[in-house]
Design a protein around this ligand. Structure first.
Ligand SMILES: Nc1ncnc2c1ncn2[C@@H]1O[C@H](COP(=O)(O)OP(=O)(O)OP(=O)(O)O)[C@@H](O)[C@H]1O
Ligand SMILES: Nc1nc2c(ncn2[C@@H]2O[C@H](COP(=O)(O)O)[C@@H](O)[C@H]2O)c(=O)[nH]1
Length: 228
């Protein structure tokens, strides 16, 4: 029998697992490749992961909700927050400012909470420099440049000018693919989602994240009273 101080198996993730530290799942891609779609699918289906809601100075798109999709802030407020060190990372993207608020994430990770980040390569590098062991980096690629244009146009949320600017940046965004742990081509959405889920499931099982393992293994290795 394990002693009183041995950890018990706790309900965590799918099925029972040991207590563990949370992880930061980063999704990056050229604009329109499918980060938001995959993030939403994950958030709807997996109760153990939360969205890291960024601040941005860009205007809301139709259907976007303040506080859920982004915190929409003015440039002055964003600059003040950056100056006060309120961001884990921040960057200028497509002429606007975007940043990840620090609040919650650090404490959440310690308590075993996972977070999903839809951020660009600049933010990914900053998070990796600060929290390397917590970060899992996935880059999504479109099946072709033509399909990327079709998706940006078909989304119907941006002006022709905005779409042209994002297409113009697509190749330079794609050039950062090799700064990621995993690269997934988002051709079929369900197949892509299945791969992202597989990555998440494996990363949750990493030994270094399983903070309950040391005590659990110690308990297993204690002498068995019944054997004498
Ligand atoms: N595998 C797919 N097949 C077809 N359409 C897709 C697929 N994945 C995403 N889409 C569609 O492509 C459009 C762009 O997707 P989404 O908004 O998720 O991209 P994004 O990478 O988050 O873009 P941004 O960086 O501009 O926010 C959406 O209309 C979405 O429904
Ligand atoms: N470095 C950061 N990049 C971010 C953040 N939030 C979003 N993004 C990236 O910006 C572009 C454009 O996003 P959109 O919603 O305007 O289409 C995209 O690549 C996002 O991943 C952030 O907090 N930090």
């Amino acid at each position: 029998m394990p002693s009183d101080t041995s950890p018990t198996l706790s309900a965590h993730d799918e099925g029972n697992a040991l207590d563990r530290r949370g992880l930061m799942l980063i999704l990056s891609s050229p604009s329109g490749a499918g980060k938001t779609t995959i993030s939403r699918m994950l958030l709807e289906r997996d109760p153990h992961i939360r969205n890291s809601v960024s601040c941005t100075t860009r205007a809301p798109r139709p259907g976007e909700v303040d506080g859920r999709d982004y915190h929409f802030v003015g440039q002055d407020q964003f600059d003040r927050m950056a100056e006060d060190g309120e961001f884990l990372e921040w960057a200028h993207v497509f002429g606007k400012s975007y940043g990840t608020p620090k609040a919650q994430v650090k404490a959440g990770l310690k308590a075993g909470q996972d977070y999903i980040f839809d951020i660009d390569w600049q933010g990914t590098q900053q998070l990796y420099q600060k929290l390397e062991r917590d970060v899992v980096r996935i880059f999504l690629l479109p099946p072709s440049i033509e399909e990327l244009r079709r998706r940006l146009t078909g989304r119907g949320t941006d002006s022709a000018e905005v779409i042209a600017a994002r297409m113009e940046r697509a190749r330079s965004e794609i050039s950062h693919w090799d700064g990621y742990d995993y690269v997934v081509v988002n051709d079929d959405i369900d197949a892509c989602f299945a791969k992202v889920k597989q990555i998440l499931a494996s990363e949750r099982l990493r030994r270094a994240r399983q903070t309950g393992l040391i005590g659990f293994v110690r308990g297993l290795m204690e002498p068995d009273d019944e054997l004498g």
